[in-house]
Structures are given as structure tokens and as C-alpha cells.
Design a protein around this ligand. Structure first.
Ligand code: NAD
Length: 347
């Protein structure tokens, strides 16, 4: 029989072959993570970022409303640090938890630095939560709050859980954890999963925040509701979910730290970016109430932390894809050494 020849078949196109990628499941990623300290990787990458050894292009952001009218989005975040290149694709819909799905999920890609081919594809949801909690852990140290004895977590979903679990291990003096979630059963489930410190589930965000020297916000709130007088004197407010703090909190803080000034300034849909666009908050040294430092700048010593300062301090980590890319490189390397993952021939 004469073979069917098409204009796109192998012989006609003469293409050399699409190669192979390694696919890492969440379980593979988990095994790889046990082989190194993600906080060390994040800390080193924040320092690299401060020294100009990273490339952090603008994020590609696509949003839509799904059939439930829920906020739904995809973010593409490429990045490079030293000889590591890659990209995070993280998609989310706020209606996912009600359907029994994780709110956010996606893929992490590692690239070959010579050929630019994708070498490794990995589950990114776990790493995204690990990265975000690791930034908060590094930021808490850099801001001078490592001796805190009390922690609050407002919003006890994927990010809140990861923060509580990581910080319970890393803060040596931690004695109490205050939890609040608008779904009490979610807060209760986290309380049950937390070994060690004394855990209290509160019936309001204010009660949880005012009980703690470090309060982490990991909700999906769109509009600011946490006021300055909620904070315990000298507290550190870690604004992971970016929407919870009122403008007054930023304006009255003793110090405001961010991960990347451009990312914050370029996103006026978030409160701090909006305050910058309105000229009410400026970059370090600027004319309005200035942002005091970047996290990388604190870690390299380019800026001095104020330490525990009154009335309170705000840490606003916007989320840098290059930190995920650094973690993807570490995970991919660990997978290679341990022979983990599934090779997929692309043809
Ligand atoms: N800054 C960063 O680097 C970064 C990185 C990743 C995620 N995030 C943000 O972190 C947030 C949490 O993400 P997640 O994956 O944990 O989501 P999730 O849906 O798993 O958890 C959110 C939790 O917050 C609770 N919640 C929502 N609104 C609340 C409110 N007003 N008060 C109290 N509880 C409330 C929900 O019941 C839920 O349990 C999101 O806003 C996400 O965009 C930030």
C-alpha cells in the first residue's frame, strides 16, 4: 500500500524531532522538596534580585468570569536567575473550592539555558504555596521579627495552611497561633493539623490579628477591611493576599517593605499600587510616604530594617515569578539526581 503523504508528515517537514521532557507530579515535587531548604533558595534569589542577577519580565494576565460569575484568571510569569530560566503558569478561579478543587493550580517549566527547550514540567500549585510561605519566612527574619512568640493567620486555605505549617517549624519562640477563616470548619481543620503551639480559632479576623505579633493575611478578600487599630502594638502585618488592609494601614505603618517595587507600582488594581499611582505612597526616598525597603535590599544590607517598630510594620510580598523559577531549577536538579519523574517523548 502506498503510504499517505501529507505536507506535515515527518519526511516532508524534515524536522529533527521535538525531543523529550521530564514530567514531575506533585508527589515527585514533594520528594524533591525534602532534599533542600526552599527558604534558602528563596532567600538567595531575593538577594540575587537585589544585585541585578535576575530578569523579571512583566506578567501576562488574563481574566474572565466563569459560568458562575466567579473571578477566574491565568497568569504567565517568565523569569531568569543566574543560569536558570523558566516560567510559571498559574490559573485560578475563586469558585473552585466550592466545587472541591484547589483555588489555584498550574505548571512550572524549566528551560535548557543553551537550547531554550523545556526540559522539565512540574506541578506548580504546591511549589507556589511553598514559595509564598518561604518569602514570608525570609521576610519575617529580614524585618527583625524572628523572635515573635505569637502568630495569626487570617484565611486558612492553601496559602494560610502552608504559612502556618512552615512558620510553626521556623519561629523558635512561637507559643500561640490565632486562626480565623470565614469558614470556621476550614480554620478548625488547620488547627487540627498544627502540632506544637497552642492554637485558638477566633470568631473574627480582628480578634485573631490583635492576638499576634505577626499577622499573615491569606484570604481572597477584594476590599480592605483590616484597620490600623486592629494591630497589636509593634506587630508585623504580612499582606500576602494583598487586598485585606485598608489604605490607612499602609499610610500609618512605621515601615512598609515590598518584594519588588515595579511589580507593586505596575498593578494599581491592588491597594498599594493604587496608592502609588495616586501619589500617596512613593518609592524609597520619594516625596510621599515612602516604601522603606525591598526584601532583597534588607537581605543584602542595602537597606536597614526598622526592627520591631510602632505602631506596626507591613510586609507586602506581591509575588515574584523568578522565585518560583529558582525553585523549579532546584527541584529539577534534585529530580535528575534522584531519578524521579516520567520521561515524555514529544515525537
Ligand atoms: N502575594 C503572593 O505572592 C501570593 C501568592 C499566591 C497566592 N496569593 C494570594 O493568597 C490568597 C489565598 O490563596 P489560597 O490559594 O490559599 O486560596 P484558598 O481559596 O485556598 O484560601 C482562601 C481562604 O480564605 C478564606 N477567606 C476568603 N475571604 C475571607 C475573608 N474576608 N476573611 C476570612 N477568610 C476569608 C476562604 O474561606 C479560604 O479558606 C489569594 O488571594 C491569592 O491570590 C498571594
Amino acid at each position: 500500500m502506498v503510504p499517505l503523504v501529507t505536507w506535515f508528515d515527518e519526511a516532508a517537514t524534515g524536522l529533527a524531532g521535538a525531543g523529550e521532557v521530564t514530567l514531575l507530579s506533585r508527589d515527585d515535587v514533594r520528594r524533591c522538596l525534602a532534599g533542600f531548604d526552599p527558604v534558602d533558595v528563596v532567600r538567595a534569589t531575593l538577594e540575587d534580585h537585589d544585585r541585578g542577577a535576575t530578569v523579571l519580565p512583566a506578567e501576562a494576565y488574563l481574566r474572565w468570569e466563569n459560568s458562575h460569575g466567579a473571578y477566574t484568571r491565568s497568569i504567565g510569569m517568565p523569569g531568569a536567575v543566574r543560569s536558570h530560566y523558566g516560567m510559571k503558569i498559574i490559573n485560578a478561579s475563586v469558585s473552585n473550592p466550592a466545587a472541591g478543587l484547589e483555588r489555584a493550580g498550574g505548571l512550572g517549566l524549566s528551560f535548557d539555558p543553551e537550547t531554550a527547550r523545556i526540559t522539565t514540567i512540574m506541578e506548580a500549585g504546591l511549589l507556589s504555596a511553598v514559595r509564598t510561605a518561604a518569602v514570608s519566612a525570609a521576610g519575617i527574619d529580614a524585618a527583625g521579627y524572628a523572635e515573635a512568640r505569637s502568630l495569626a493567620v487570617v484565611g486558612c486555605g492553601a496559602q494560610g495552611r502552608m504559612h502556618a505549617l512552615l512558620l510553626a517549624r521556623r519561629l523558635p519562640g512561637l507559643r500561640t497561633v490565632a486562626l480565623y477563616d470565614r469558614s470556621p470548619e476550614v480554620a478548625a481543620a488547620l488547627a487540627a493539623a498544627l502540632p506544637g503551639p497552642e492554637v485558638t480559632v477566633h470568631d473574627s479576623a480582628r480578634a485573631a490579628v490583635s492576638a499576634a505579633e505577626i499577622a499573615v493575611f491569606t484570604t481572597t478578600a477584594d476590599d480592605g477591611y483590616a484597620e490600623p487599630d486592629w494591630a497589636r502594638p509593634g506587630a508585623l502585618l504580612v499582606n500576602v493576599s494583598l487586598g485585606d488592609l485598608t489604605d490607612a494601614v499602609f499610610l500609618e505603618a512605621a515601615a512598609v517593605y515590598v518584594d519588588d517595587l515595579d511589580l507593586v507600582a505596575d498593578n494599581p488594581r491592588r491597594p498599594l499600587g493604587r496608592l502609588m499611582a495616586a501619589g500617596r505612597i512613593s518609592r524609597p526616598g520619594g516625596p510621599a510616604r515612602p516604601i522603606d525597603a525591598t526584601l532583597g535590599g534588607l537581605l543584602t544590607g542595602r537597606y536597614q530594617a526598622r526592627g520591631v517598630a510602632h505602631p506596626f510594620v507591613v510586609l507586602n510580598p506581591f509575588g515574584m515569578g523568578v522565585l518560583d523559577v529558582a525553585l523549579y531549577a532546584a527541584v529539577a536538579e534534585q529530580a535528575r539526581r534522584s531519578g524521579l519523574g516520567t520521561a515524555v517523548h514529544l515525537g
